[in-house]
Each structure stands twice: as C-alpha cells, then as structure tokens.
Write a protein that binds this ligand. Structure first.
Ligand SMILES: Nc1ncnc2c1ncn2[C@@H]1O[C@H](COP(=O)(O)OP(=O)(O)OP(=O)(O)O)[C@@H](O)[C@H]1O
Ligand SMILES: [Mg+2]
Length: 313
C-alpha cells in the first residue's frame, strides 16, 4: 500500500460499560474508497466521530496524513470533509447559502468561497436549484446537498456516514455515481453503510465490523471468494421442504439446509452444482418445484457466516 492517508490503531470508545468501539485497527490508502460495513449499532458512526475530531477516543491512535488527530485536531480539520448520517442543513436557507455557511466555517470567503459553492453545486447536480430554500427540496436532493456541504472546502479525505439512508433508488444511484466521480478526481473516501450491495459496488476494500470489532478486511471480491456462500431458496409442495431437509444434509455439494414456511434454504459454495444435486433429490421423490431463487455469494452471505446475523433488521 502507498503511505496510508488514514491510519487507525487499536481504537477504543466506551459509553458507560458498553464498548461501542473495541480495538479497531485499519489503514486507508490515498484514492481508495474504503467501506465500513456493519449492522445497526456496530460502532460505525462512533468510529467516524473520532476520526473527524468530534469525539475523543478512550484509547488507541488515529493519524491522518501523518498528523495525530487527537493531539492536533485543528491541523487535521482542513484536510477532511464529514457528511453526517443525520442531515445537517438549514431548511430556511437556500442551498447556496447553506454551502456558503459551511465554507465560512472553514475560513473561505470572497470570490474563492463563491467559486467553491458553485463548483460543489455542480458536482451534486443542484446548480439550477441553488437559489431555492432547502425546505422545498426532496429527501434525495437534501442528501445530495448534505454531501456538497462536506466538500465545499476541498478536503482530501471524505467521511460519508450512510449517505443514502432514506433515499429513493434513483437518488441513491446518483449519490453513488457522485462518490465514484469524486474518487476519480483524487479524493479518498471512507464510506459506512449497512447496504451491502452499495459497499460491494463502490468500495475497493471493506472492513466488516460488528460490536465494535473488526471481523474481516479485504476487497469485496476476496471476501466473497474466501467466505461467501450462495443460497438457494426452493418452494416445494406441502411437507416437501421438511422431507428434503434430512436427506439434503448428507449431500456433499450442499452446505447448511433449513426448512421454513414451506421453503427450503440451502447454502452452497457452488450454487450450480448444488442446484443439480437438489433437482436430483426432488426428481427421485417426485417433488415438483413450486419456485426457485438463486442468490449468488455476496457480502450479505459473508456477513451472515461471520456473525450468524443478517445485516438488516
Ligand atoms: N452518545 C451515546 N451515548 C451512549 N451510547 C451510544 C452513544 N452513541 C452511540 N452509542 C452506542 O454505541 C453503539 C454503537 O453505535 P453507533 O451509532 O456507532 O452504531 P452504527 O454502527 O453507526 O449504527 P447505525 O447503522 O444504526 O448507524 C450502540 O450500542 C449505541 O447505542
Ligand atoms: Mg451510524
């Protein structure tokens, strides 16, 4: 890896007796999109809060561009942009005035500020609506403006905390494309999400976290190759799923097999091979397939295997 732009070592943060972040370590290379993937309460926002100098760690070390974040937060702040999970905008101001406000916090003014505001409005596709009050914006437009607010001072490292929560699929797509474009323009991005499809599509590397701890760290592809299982979901005539469970468990190509609500769930590394085996079993018992769903190995299945939990509630 090139010299990392962000280095986190043994980071710890507790609230009372609960350890929200429990010894996290990772490093992010320049121009990387790095994902923090974990379920609700995994400690993603708490981690970001410390990385962006808003909260003090109980233990560990954070370096951004070689600067100690806890000791010299004021030197770090100009280098980083932060897009919080909750919208942080003034509804009674126009989009332009919101961005100017955030720019002034970072010491921008005059022509430079005006130029930066126009530039970031352009980046998020809101230039035409720049003069409109934010309270007249749709949810997706507010999310995009929230993103722009984190960019106005021209940071090197951008922290995005669940930037697509509560956004319709079209706006979500547009946000993802903006993020990719920003990386192409040289920004490093740390992205948290509990949407595994997003992380899979966007991130060069992913840290999977749960209960404040790092469970795995690699490219999505490598994680899936190493840990991912595909899943077959098969609808069978009444009693069929239960009948197949017992014998399916003994077939080599098949992983964990469970029956639930008339559906048979079969985990398998090689879903094609597993499917052939299952069709065999069904045909021997003269069971007709009611329905069939094939889920390829994904970060969702990786997560399921690592934690026994699903990513979403
Ligand atoms: N200010 C706080 N006071 C007490 N507990 C907190 C505080 N902030 C976070 N926690 C606890 O720390 C844990 C981690 O929370 P955090 O918000 O970091 O999770 P997250 O991964 O961002 O979750 P989500 O996906 O829901 O945003 C949770 O158990 C949460 O209840
Ligand atoms: Mg969060």
């Amino acid at each position: 890896m090139d010299a990392p732009i962000l280095r986190v070592e043994d980071l710890v943060k507790s609230f009372g007796s609960r350890r929200a972040v429990d010894g996290l370590s990772f490093a992010v290379a320049p121009k990387e999109i790095f994902g923090l993937l974990g379920p609700n309460g995994a400690g993603k926002s708490t981690t970001i809060g410390m990385l962006v100098t808003l909260a003090r760690p109980d233990g560990g070390r954070i370096e951004i561009a070689g600067i100690d974040v806890v000791r010299e937060p004021e030197r770090v702040r100009p280098l980083i942009g932060y897009v919080p999970q909750e919208l942080a905008l003034y509804p009674a101001l126009s989009a332009r005035d919101n961005l100017a406000f955030f720019g002034r916090i970072y010491g921008l003014g005059g022509r430079k500020l005006a130029e930066r505001v126009e530039a970031v409005l352009e980046v998020v596709g809101l230039r035409e609506r720049g003069g409109d009050l934010v309270r007249t914006f749709s949810g997706g437009m507010m999310r995009r403006l929230n993103l722009a607010a984190g960019l106005v001072h021209g940071p090197k490292l951008l922290f995005l905390d669940e930037p697509t929560v509560g956004v319709d699929p079209q706006s979500r797509n547009s946000i993802l494309e903006h993020v990719l474009r920003l990386r192409d323009e040289g920004l490093t991005i740390l992205y948290t999400s509990h949407y595994m499809e997003e992380v899979q599509r966007l991130c060069d590397r992913v840290a999977i976290v749960d209960e404040g701890r790092l469970l795995a760290l690699d490219s999505p592809k490598a994680l899936i190759a190493e840990l991912g299982e595909g899943l077959l979901v098969i609808g069978l005539p009444e009693g069929g799923a239960e009948a197949l469970t017992a014998c399916a468990t003994t077939v080599n190509a098949l992983g964990k097999v469970t029956a639930r609500d008339g559906l048979l769930y079969v985990e398998a590394r090689n879903v094609n091979k597993a499917l052939l085996e299952l069709l065999d079993l069904c045909s021997v018992r003269e069971l007709g397939l009611g329905s069939l769903q094939v889920l390829e190995p994904s970060l969702e299945s990786v997560f399921l295997r690592l934690t026994g939990k699903r990513l979403r509630d």
